[in-house]
Design a binder for this molecule. Structure first.
Ligand SMILES: Cc1cc2nc3c(=O)[nH]c(=O)nc-3n(C[C@H](O)[C@H](O)[C@H](O)COP(=O)(O)O)c2cc1C
Length: 159
């Protein structure tokens, strides 16, 4: 990813892609037609912990912004890391009617740090089985954040 790139996408309230900018399309390896209307997990990488997405959805659904490091997978199986800023698009009643994500290129040092944390969360998720995966992942993340004395957002913005 190039340092001056902004990778942008928008979804409806259910996470189906409604817009992607040309750079998003380029990195995804899909055509615009293949992306529009699809669930955003079309670019999900299997190395990403479910715990991160749970935290993201809980936050943006409640009307707040969320910052996260995300490893994404292109159509050809290759990957690219992003620092994503996700925001809700609020309707006239104040409820989210969709979401927007604007992504920048993370610093290599930040990727190294977050990768080692994600590996531990993912290992806990896998060891505990599908039903308890989110609880197990959240435990690992919360222990880590407690030791660091930071929220997830503070961690993301500080590394
Ligand atoms: C605006 C927006 C942008 C998103 N961007 C990504 C993304 O870049 N990569 C990704 O894997 N998931 C992204 N998601 C989260 C997906 O909707 C989904 O929760 C995630 O891929 C996990 O897939 P799963 O729910 O099938 O496990 C985004 C969601 C929203 C609302």
């Amino acid at each position: 990813m190039r340092t001056d790139d902004f990778i942008v996408s928008k979804t409806d309230a259910k996470g189906r892609i409604t817009y992607c900018n040309p750079i998003f399309i380029e990195f995804s390896g899909y055509t615009e037609q293949e992306l529009l209307g699809k669930q955003h997990n079309i670019i999900r990488h299997p190395d990403m912990p479910r715990t991160t997405f749970k935290l993201a959805w809980d936050t943006i659904q409640s009307g707040r912004e969320f910052f996260a490091y995300v490893k994404n997978m292109s159509k050809d199986g290759s990957y690219y890391w992003v620092l994503a800023h996700m925001t809700p698009d609020l309707g006239s009643n104040g409820q989210p009617i969709g979401y927007t994500s604007v992504r920048r290129c993370p610093r290599p040092e930040a990727i190294e740090r977050i990768e080692s944390i994600y590996e531990k969360i993912l290992a806990a998720e896998r060891a505990s089985g599908a039903r308890d995966a989110l609880a197990a992942g959240a435990n690992v993340l919360n222990d880590f954040l407690l030791k660091e004395g930071k929220s997830y957002e503070e961690l993301v913005l500080s590394i």
